[in-house]
Design a protein around this ligand. Structure first.
Ligand SMILES: Cc1ncc(COP(=O)(O)O)c(C=O)c1O
Length: 354
């Protein structure tokens, strides 16, 4: 890419990824679950942070990496990652099973169809997933005693439906179910994702599977002081407009100036992953918080300036990150940090700092 193209890219939205924060958050996992191995969940492009970069950063600090799909595991091998890779959804076809074997991926077997396919490769190591109450993916607990002797099982996992609510009664029931259906079996167990790593030590078991906490957010959307947010999204001011009283702004003309004022047009929109449905929202600027007015459009949004604001074209504002947590923005948008991180578009330039 030419230097000119690079400069132009920086003039658009940029996701600043702080790799040191990801390492810090990984240490928080170690401290919280010192007797468990860590399977870092980095599916969905490492929650929008960039699969290869995050895998390389985490590799020395974790015991295995986990992704949802075989294609994601292949992507990791293609960029030279040699770690153990668990594929949480396992394979969907014979050819995907072959890809697992070729890449040395460890598939998670959750269905009768996968068990049937695995019977042709009984020596190949697999994890089993058991459904203890999420009722999404997983073998029935009663199947384990029959399935286990037929395959080379190296671990059994289950997934919590309510790890964002530590007091939810299903958490204890799921823990009890995974322990009782594997009683007498010699396999390592795994149940805890981020919510349980942070607040349910009983669920840590042999392997923890943190995802969102590695990127500084907690499962319940509240900020946890132990964690550092790893992503900050900024975008440039494209234009400053003077409005008269009564002027309306943006698609649908939903916002009306109550008096003569100025707005700034910021170069980021829903096609970049900024949520269009957000009701109230603020951005962080070098002069403090400013409010988003009018509808978020595909590539732009507008903010209301104060009388003496000296913004100029090219100044950058922060959509989330330094001074404005992603959890807060997610709350304004009626969503969770997961969707903002993973919804960040491919066209947003990622800039990495160690
Ligand atoms: C099976 C499994 N384990 C672990 C995780 C990580 O969850 P979290 O990001 O809440 O830590 C996920 C994420 O959805 C998952 O599907």
């Amino acid at each position: 890419m030419s230097n000119d193209a690079k400069v132009l890219q920086r003039n658009g939205p940029v996701a600043h990824i702080d790799l040191a924060s990801i390492v810090h958050n990984c240490r928080v996992v170690r401290d919280a679950a010192p007797n468990s191995q860590i399977m870092a969940v980095i599916k969905a492009d490492a929650y929008g942070h960039g699969l290869g970069q995050v895998a390389r950063t985490l590799s020395p600090h974790v015991d295995a990496l986990a992704v949802a799909r075989v294609t994601e595991a292949c992507e990791l091998r293609d960029v030279g990652i040699e770690d153990a890779i668990i594929v949480l959804q396992g394979f969907a076809s014979r050819s995907e099973l072959d890809q697992c074997i070729e890449g040395g991926f460890l598939p998670v077997i959750h269905s009768d169809a996968q068990v049937g396919m695995m019977l042709t490769e009984p020596e190949y190591p697999v994890w089993l997933k058991v459904d203890t109450g999420m009722h999404r993916l997983g073998l029935r607990p009663s199947q384990l005693m029959e399935v286990c002797p037929q395959l080379n099982v190296i671990g059994v996992m289950s997934h919590l439906a309510n790890s964002d609510q530590p007091d939810h009664p299903l958490n204890a029931a799921q823990l009890e179910a995974v322990q009782s259906c594997t009683e007498g079996l010699p396999y390592p167990l795994s149940l805890a994702n981020s919510g349980a790593v942070l607040s349910m030590p009983d669920c840590h078991l042999d392997w923890v599977r943190p995802g969102v906490m590695l990127f500084g957010s907690s499962a319940d959307g509240r900020q946890d002081d132990r964690l550092r947010e790893s992503m900050s999204l900024s975008a440039p001011i494209l234009s400053v407009q003077l409005l008269d009283e009564g002027d309306r702004v943006g698609y649908g003309s939903t916002w009306t100036a109550e008096e003569r004022c100025r707005i700034a047009v910021v170069g980021v929109g829903y096609a970049d992953g900024y949520p269009r449905e957000i009701s109230h929202a603020e951005v962080q600027t070098h002069l403090g918080r400013r409010t988003v007015v009018g509808r978020v459009s595909m590539d732009m949004l507008t903010i209301l300036l104060r009388d003496d604001d000296a913004f100029k074209v090219g100044d950058r504002v922060t959509l989330w990150g330094e001074g404005l947590s992603i959890s807060q923005v997610a709350m304004w948008a009626g969503t969770i940090p997961y969707t903002l991180m993973t919804g960040l578009a491919g066209r947003v330039h990622r800039e990495y700092a160690d």
